[in-house]
Ligand binder design. Structure first.
Ligand code: CTP
Length: 390
């Protein structure tokens, strides 16, 4: 994307340099315009080095061929981000004041405007500023933050500028180029389940949850309303994804059943434990030479849910150490699935915890795909297939 990045003057300018650097790393073309006050915190040279483009300021006004940059640049950009957006700059934009290059560009733009506020909490809550914020919101201006936290002035409250990872999550969510799942509800399960043995021990498996979390994240970026039913993992919840935490297979079954009727697609990427302890020990089992634990089988979530299927697409996963194709086909048929994504599990433990995966994808209609790539790319590929079926 072509991003015009406006920087107004506040201590958070140093964070804005990180944001710009991240956008450039993600492949965006970034042009920066700074107010005079912003240049007192960080030199324009910083942004020139990060973007490999001229940094525009009031004292470095474009001349000659570029003298119309205040109009051409905003009109040739896909989005105008102002970060940090001070109370002064927010209010000027709301009131249509164009008394410096940044606010002039804001007025001349015909692309979406994102404001990333940063200021003292009392300034943020000031009624005049809040009126201006409301006015801008009514004009579809997008606000990223501010958040609540400790501020540079040492008080605590709303006004803190978002962090780089939050900025990137929000930016990608709003401006993801493909929105082919808008209006669709996708239910994803991910991670392992845990079956308690006694109050300190459990049966589980090596699933990290990464594949399911990528599916949830990318489906959300592509416009879907996503619910993620997750077993215990150490992963962060993707932006705008509703996450429901469960532990046991039975809890997962209950949660999938409650949410299945209203979803358009169910993707069961969770590694559900097939067994549970027949009788859970109420106290910690003490050390002994040997003893036996009796296991009984858990319900098969996919088999149960497929019986309730109406128009939903149902996607299962399969983890196999041998006969990948044969076992995957059997599961596809026995569990009444539309698609199955089969993972070859290597003796080394691959792909558990890895960023990469090797999969076969089979459909009930006889389609066959073989893929070896990152889990992120595979998640996109699976969603490409599903999007064609909606
Ligand atoms: N699955 C399920 N309920 C279970 C076990 C698995 O819904 N009790 C789902 C998984 O989420 C996955 C698919 O079924 O989408 C296949 O899981 P997998 O562990 O590969 O196969 P199992 O059915 O458990 O069979 P086996 O362990 O014998 O290979």
């Amino acid at each position: 994307m072509k991003i015009l990045f406006g920087v107004s003057g506040g201590i958070s300018v140093y964070k804005a340099a990180n944001f710009v650097s991240s956008l450039v790393k993600e492949g965006h073309e970034v042009n920066v315009v700074m107010t005079e006050n912003a240049t007192k915190f960080v030199s324009p040279l910083t942004f020139e080095a990060l973007t490999k483009n001229n940094c525009y300021t009031d004292t470095n006004m474009p001349v000659g061929k570029e003298s119309l940059a205040h109009i051409i640049l905003p009109q040739n950009s896909d989005v105008f981000v102002v970060c940090p957006a001070t109370a002064n700059t927010i209010s000027k934009i709301a009131l249509g004041i164009a008394d410096n290059l940044l606010t002039t560009m804001a007025m001349a733009r015909n692309c979406p405007l994102v404001l990333v506020p940063a200021m003292n909490n009392v300034m943020w809550q000031n009624p005049s500023l809040q009126d201006n914020v409301k006015k801008l919101l009514s004009q579809n201006v997008i606000f990223f933050g501010p958040t609540y936290g400790r501020l540079a002035c040492e008080s605590t409250g709303p006004g803190r500028m978002i962090e780089t990872h939050e900025f990137l999550e929000m930016f990608n969510y709003y401006f993801y180029p493909k929105k082919d799942f808008l209006g669709k509800k996708i239910l994803v399960t991910a991670g392992p389940t845990r079956e308690p043995i006694d109050p300190v021990r459990y049966i589980s498996n090596r699933s990290s949850g990464k594949m399911g979390y990528f599916l949830a994240q990318i489906a959300s970026l592509r416009g879907a309303q996503v619910k993620l039913i997750s077993g215990p993992t150490s992963l962060d919840t993707p932006y705008m994804v509703e996450r429901i935490n469960v532990e046991t297979s039975e809890e997962m079954l209950r949660c999938v059943r409650e949410n299945f009727e209203t979803c358009d697609i169910l993707i069961m990427a969770a590694a559900v434990s097939d067994f549970k302890v027949s009788e859970q020990f109420m106290n910690k089992i003490k050390k002994k030479d040997s003893f036996e634990i009796k296991l009984t089988s858990n319900p098969d979530i996919l088999k149960e849910i497929s019986k309730l299927k109406k128009n939903q697409l149902v996607v299962g996963f399969a983890a196999e150490t041998e006969n990948l194709n044969i076992y995957a086909k059997k599961k596809l048929e026995e569990k009444g699935l539309d698609y199955i994504v089969a993972n070859k599990i290597h003796n080394s433990g691959f792909p558990f915890g890895s960023e990469d995966n090797e999969v076969l994808i089979l459909s009930a209609e006889g389609d066959f795909f073989e893929l070896s790539s990152t889990k992120k790319d595979i998640a996109n590929f699976i969603l490409d297939i599903l999007s064609k079926k909606l």
